[in-house]
Design a binder for this molecule. Structure first.
Ligand SMILES: [Zn+2]
Length: 241
C-alpha cells in the first residue's frame, strides 16, 4: 500500500452528484488546500433525484444542492467556485458530448491530480457513479492528446496522477489526521441529503448527526490503521496517464 502523494499545485475532483466528492476525498482535498493546493469541484449531474419526497419542488432542490456544494467546497478550503455540468441525475452518460465538456474543463483547470469514482468497482448499482468514472477516465485520455477535440482553445493537458475513490482494489492511502473535521463540515453542508444519504432525520438531528459523525470518524480510522495513520482515505492510484 502506497501513501501520501506530494501536495499538488492544483487538484480537480469529479463527482456524479453533489456530496460524492466530500464522501470520496473530502479530507484529502482539505489537507491539500491547507498546504496551498488549489482545489476545484466538478459535479456531473444536477442532483435532482436527491430526495425521498415525491412532492419535492425539483427546480428548487437543484438550486439548494448547488448552494450546498459551494458551501462544502469552502468548508474544505476551496473558494466555492464549483463547475456543474448539469446533466439529469440518474441519466448521466459517458458519451462524446459529456467527454467534450469534461476534456475542456481539464484543459482549462490544468490539474496536477484528478480524483473521481472508480468505474471498475464491482457490483456497483448506481449508473451515475459508474458513468462518471468512465467519463473521467475517457476525458483524461482526450485532454492529453492534441488530436482529440482540436477545436478547443485551451491546449492539451496531462495530469500526473489519478486517484479513484470507493476503489475496487485500493492501493494508496492519503493520511488525513487533522482533516476529518473539515471533511465532516463538507459533508454536513449537504443539508438536503441528511435523510436520504446520511440517515439523519432533521427533527432529531442532534443525536443522529453525532451518530453519522462517529461513523465517518470510525471509517477513516479503520482505513488508516494498517499503515499506522490516525485517519486515512483509500484510493486506487493511477500514474503514467
Ligand atoms: Zn452519488
Amino acid at each position: 500500500m502506497g501513501s501520501n502523494l506530494a501536495t499538488p499545485g492544483c487538484a480537480l475532483a469529479v463527482g456524479a452528484h453533489p456530496d460524492d466528492i466530500e464522501f470520496g476525498c473530502g479530507a484529502t482535498l482539505a489537507k491539500w488546500a491547507a498546504a496551498g493546493c488549489r482545489i476545484r469541484h466538478l459535479v456531473c449531474t444536477d442532483g435532482a433525484k436527491g430526495s425521498w419526497d415525491a412532492a419535492e419542488d425539483i427546480a428548487s432542490l437543484v438550486r439548494i444542492r448547488q448552494e450546498e456544494q459551494r458551501a462544502a467546497s469552502r468548508a474544505l478550503g476551496g473558494d466555492g467556485d464549483v463547475v456543474f455540468l448539469g446533466w439529469t441525475d440518474g441519466e448521466l452518460e459517458a458519451g462524446l458530448r459529456q467527454r467534450w465538456q469534461l476534456c475542456s474543463w481539464i484543459r482549462v483547470i490544468r490539474p496536477d491530480v484528478v480524483l473521481g469514482h472508480d468505474p471498475w468497482k464491482r457490483y456497483r448499482l448506481h449508473p451515475d457513479h459508474r458513468n462518471a468514472g468512465f467519463l473521467l477516465t475517457d476525458a483524461i485520455v482526450a485532454a492529453r492528446d492534441p488530436h482529440f477535440f482540436p477545436e478547443q482553445e485551451a491546449p492539451p493537458h496531462r495530469p500526473s496522477a489519478l486517484l479513484l475513490w470507493e476503489a475496487d482494489e485500493a492501493d494508496h492511502l492519503e493520511e488525513v489526521d487533522g482533516f476529518v473535521e473539515a471533511k465532516l463540515d463538507g459533508l454536513l453542508a449537504h443539508r438536503s441529503q441528511f435523510r436520504s444519504t446520511m440517515r439523519i432525520e432533521e427533527s432529531t438531528s442532534r443525536e443522529e448527526t453525532e451518530r453519522f459523525r462517529d461513523r465517518v470518524i470510525r471509517q477513516l480510522a479503520d482505513h488508516g490503521r494498517p499503515e499506522g495513520f490516525g485517519a486515512a482515505e483509500p484510493f486506487k492510484l493511477m500514474r503514467d496517464l
